[in-house]
Each structure stands twice: as C-alpha cells, then as structure tokens.
Write a protein that binds this ligand. Structure first.
Ligand code: ADP
Length: 408
C-alpha cells in the first residue's frame, strides 16, 4: 500500500503514521514543533479510549445483569451477549450467538408459549419485561427477568432489541417461601385461635356453678393446650427466620453429653422417660457447642422419636465418638421414613406420611430448625431408615480434643 493510499481514509494509528511521513517530507506545510504535540494528543486519546473500554468491560462483566442484543424477529436470535453469561447461566457467549434458536430452545416448556406470544406483543409496543424459567447449563431451571427496548434506524424501521437478563431465582424462592409461610401460618394459627375464641365465649356464657364444676376444668385445659400450641408455632417460626437470616452464631462452651441428655430427658413426662434408653460410649470427649440450642435439637429429635413410634416402644439416645467428633443418635421403632421422604424431611413445613397416618400435630418446622442449629455449629444431621423398621437420626457435633483442648 503506497503512502498516499495509506493517508486517505485511514484513522487512528494508521493516520498517525501518515502524519509522521508527511511531516518528514514537507516540513514547511506541517511545522516540526507540532509533531510531538500531536503524538502526545494521540496517545492521550488512545489512553482514554483504552480506559473507557476497560471501564465498560468491567461494568458489563461485574454487573449481575447479562446484557444482550437480539434480532427483533426470527426467534429473537441473540447477536451479542455479555461475557458474564458464563458465570450467571453457565454458557459461553458464542453458544448464544452462533445458534439462532439457542435462547428459545432453553425456555421452560411450561413458559415457552406464553413468552413467545408476549414477546410479539411487547416488541410491537417497542419495549417489554418478561419473567420466565430458563435452562442453566447445570440442568436446573432458573428464573430470569428479561427487560428490553426496540431500537429503530433513522427511517423508523426496527433495528434490534437491546436488553438485559437478571437471574431472579433467589428472589422468586424468597417470594415462594413467604407465600408458603403465610399460608402455613394462617392455617396453623387460625385453627387454634378459632377454637380459643369458641372456648372463651362459652366460658363467658355459662355462669352457674354446676356447669362450671363439670365443664370448666376440661375447657380451661383445652384453652391452655391451644394457647401453648400457638406459642410453639410462633417460637418455631421466629427461630427459623432468625437462623435462615444467618444472624445467629452459636455461643460454644464445653458440655458433657451425658449431662445434656439427662437434662433433656427430665423435661419429658414420667411415662415417656421410661421409654428412653441411654447409651454412652466412655470415655467421651466434651462437646464444644451452644448447650441450650443443642438441647433444643435433642429435645426435638426425642419428641419426634416418641410421637412417631408405637406407644410404649423404646426410644434410644446414644452418644459415641466419631473421628474426634461426637455423634448423638436418636433411634426409634415404627414405620420409618421412605427414601423419597428422607430427601425432603429437613425442608421447612414438610410433614411426612407418618404424621398423617398417626394424626400427630405439628408444623413441619422442627427438623428444619434442627438442621439450621447443627449446621451453624459446622456439624451435620442425617437420617437413616429402610422405610420399614424404624428410624435413626444422627447429629455429628464438634468436640474438645483431649490432648490440646481444641475443638475438632
Ligand atoms: P413435625 O413433627 O411438626 O411434622 P418435623 O420437622 O419435626 O415436623 O418432622 C417432619 C416430618 O418428618 C414429620 O411430619 C414426620 O412425618 C417425619 N418424622 C420426623 N421424625 C420422625 C421419626 N422419628 N420417625 C418417623 N418419622 C419422622
């Protein structure tokens, strides 16, 4: 390419090279003194350009929103997508841009028809917002909020869609949890509250001593039961919201497993205490735990053990060593928990077949709270059952090492 050609129509670095050549050959037309000045100017412009490119790249990739451009028709083929699509959805940008049907083919089948119909309507309006499930590379669907605008050329013809995807799965989950919580709370609180109101108004209506002598004590006992149940539900809900907000750290101290177990058993009625069988391995290192909270876990497990097993059957509570840690086990007889149920048993509000079959009262929050407390200790809670002959819940907890007085 000749010098004259290089000068015409060239810009940026090319144009600068041409200027230097020209300055060398025609000093009178372009004063020598201006060359370094122009070079410095050019370098400044280039530096500024590089800096703004880097800023833009950072803003696009650090932003949780995935920025894209797409065709305004033809399955909305994606023509550009920001690199953060890889961290957010697991795909490489070229997977979107090289395959025109990529975006549409990954919509959840239950959402695809609605999304495509809505897209046509919103593109015609010039902008839109859609929420749908989109297949992540890991095989799971995540919720996406998709906001876009239609750009037009100078003749007003549709040019392209520019927009962004936001992964709102967590937000959706929180909304669902709030919904479940509300419906569960309204059910769990409404029934005992309604019964409380009926009992109180009945007690107010009857003033004669004879009626009171016969019906007063049982009605008051029922009132107390319902009020206690309400209190238990409220306490569970508060505990769980506290644990799930991550706002709780255990206040750990050394605890003797035998003392903890003894203290918990003393809280049960005499008849239930007689069903309990304690097994302690000796010697056993001291636990390094938040005593009252671990007592709450054990109480819950034992209470479940008594509730979900045949009347009078034994419930075993054991403490054994496990690789420098201590494992507490609660074992009960009964129908057990099927494998399908075992994966859901620690979910909030989950109530299993045994609860329905045996007509046992509860909120389905107990095991979720146990898991929250145990995991906040860095421990683990698991369930084992063949679904036929009873259940064992195991809680692995940190202990104090005998040699170094350090937690293990
Ligand atoms: P709740 O007892 O209020 O239903 P939990 O979270 O404590 O709530 O338990 C969840 C479900 O797990 C129960 O509804 C019951 O079906 C099952 N479950 C818990 N413990 C046992 C057990 N020891 N044996 C059999 N099933 C159990």
């Amino acid at each position: 390419m000749g010098r004259n050609q290089r000068r015409t129509g060239d810009d940026g670095a090319g144009k600068a090279t041409g200027d230097i050549d020209q300055a060398n050959r025609e000093p009178q037309a372009r004063p020598e003194a201006n060359v370094p000045e122009r070079d410095a100017e050019r370098r400044d412009v280039e530096r500024e350009l590089r800096a703004s490119r880097a800023r833009l790249k950072y803003l696009v990739s650090a932003n949780p929103a995935i920025i894209y451009a797409a065709k305004p028709a033809d399955n909305y083929a994606v023509t550009f997508i920001s690199e953060n699509v890889t961290t957010q959805l697991g795909y490489e940008p070229h997977e979107f841009t090289h395959n025109p049907g990529f975006w549409a083919s990954r919509l959840h089948p239950a959402d695809a028809q609605r999304v495509m119909a809505e897209s046509v309507r919103q593109v015609a309006l010039g902008e839109g917002v859609l929420e749908y499930r989109f297949l992540h590379r890991n095989g799971q669907y995540c919720w996406i909020r998709d906001e876009f605008k239609l750009t037009r050329d100078t003749d007003g013809q549709p040019l392209e869609l520019v927009g962004f995807f936001l992964n709102i799965t967590e937000h959706r989950r929180a909304e669902e949890l709030k919904h479940t919580l509300l419906s569960s709370v309204s059910h769990d609180l409404q029934t005992p509250l309604a019964s409380l109101v009926v009992s109180v108004s009945e007690l107010r209506r009857h003033r004669d001593a004879e009626w009171w002598a016969e019906h007063g004590p049982p009605r008051l006992a029922q009132l107390e039961r319902e009020a206690r149940r309400l209190l238990a539900v409220m306490t569970d809900l508060l505990d769980l919201s506290h644990l799930e907000a991550g706002g709780w750290t255990p206040a750990c101290e050394p605890y003797d497993a035998a003392d903890l177990i003894g203290g918990i058993l003393a809280r049960f009625d005499e008849s239930l205490q007689q069903r309990a069988q304690v097994r302690l391995e000796t010697p056993l290192p001291e636990l390094w735990v938040d005593g009252p909270r671990i007592a709450q876990v054990l109480y819950n497990l034992l209470d479940n053990g008594f509730k979900y097993s045949p009347t009078g059957s034994p419930v075993e509570i054991a403490a054994v060593r496990d690789n420098g840690a201590v494992r507490l086990e609660v074992r009960n007889e009964g129908a057990g928990i099927s494998l399908a149920e075992q994966v859901r048993i620690f979910d909030r509000f989950y109530r299993g077949a045994s609860a329905r079959e045996l007509g046992v009262d509860g909120t389905g929050l107990g095991l979720a709270i146990c898991r929250g407390i145990v995991e906040a200790h860095g421990g683990r809670i698991t369930v084992e059952s063949d679904g036929v002959r009873g259940t064992v819940f195991s809680v692995l907890l940190p202990a104090i090492s005998e040699r170094a007085s350090e937690t293990v």
